[in-house]
Design a protein around this ligand. Sequence first.
Ligand code: FAD
Length: 324
Amino acid sequence: MSVLVFVECADGKVKKSALEAAFYGHQVATQLGTSAVAVAIGEVAADELKNLGQYGITKVLHDTETRLKDYVSQAYVKVVAAAVEKENATVIVLSNTNIGSGIGARLAARLQASFATNVVALPELAGNSLKVKKSVFSGKAFADEVLTAPTKIIAVKKNAIEVNTVGTHEAEVESFTASLTDADFTGAPRETIRATGDVLLTEADVVVSGGRGMRGPENWHLIEDLAKALGAATACSKPVADVGWRPHHEHVGQTGITISPNLYIAVGISGAIQHLAGVNSSKVIVVINKDPEAPFFKAADYGIVGDIFEVVPKLIEAAKALEK
Ligand code: FAD
């Protein structure tokens, strides 16, 4: 018996959210008196995988089949299912990303497993069941869910788990191949379009986001300059993307991307409930708005009541001074 962690990778690297899943998997394995093994798919540098040892992973099964270079749901699920079988895993841990939760749902159907999403804490053992705490209603409440099926799948919410290293040893990396057919690749993407910007929004530690208060795309250099000075990704509210000031892949919220950076700076955004749904699990929220009654201030850790066009240039200057 072991705990299996699906380790999500991008651009040859293990994603930050995957390190959280790895450490969580290690802790669950310790609770169960077993070990945590990981499965990684596609091109990833060997050192990145060996480094997972520092987060408590003993071994990494690595499937490098060339057709798996880009994410293909059916094929990835088959590889993870084969790894579950090989390791006789009863608990599978993955990140609650689009890819992780997609794999989790298909895997649950395939293995008749219990599946909990948005998990925010270590499980409590209750006989053969696991009780997990999960975030629900766009982060407005928590719920306990009891996973009773023999196989249990846990998708860990990003930024909810504190990650520590557990030593300096390297994980053993083992080549792994699942038998895949052409039918497993019918959903393969025809083309992958990379998001623009230096920092990937979903992985960013710091995000600077603009709303309708920016008045127009001609003022976006303020958001970009502040983001650049802070090493941050840029984002926007929905109406900003709807009118074409910014591309849709930057739109955060209920109908856009959900993010959990360490720092979210909202510039000229009112803080409607649908916007908050995508950003309220950020560790620290800073709001800049000229209206002291703007609802976003209620969710903010720090608020600046002031005009964007006065406040943001000063912040850029201060951030640049810190860089030096
Ligand atoms: P506004 O509400 O117009 O706010 C602009 C803010 O800028 C104001 O608070 C104003 O005081 C401030 N401001 C103006 N000028 C300045 C200045 N010079 N200096 C400082 N502050 C200034 N929205 C999302 O963002 N994401 C979603 O995913 C999303 N999904 C939705 C789904 C549904 C079903 C619905 C109905 C709506 C959704 N919305 C979503 C829209 C949401 O309800 C709000 O309308 C939207 O978030 C408002 O965007 P905003 O804050 O940029 O604009």
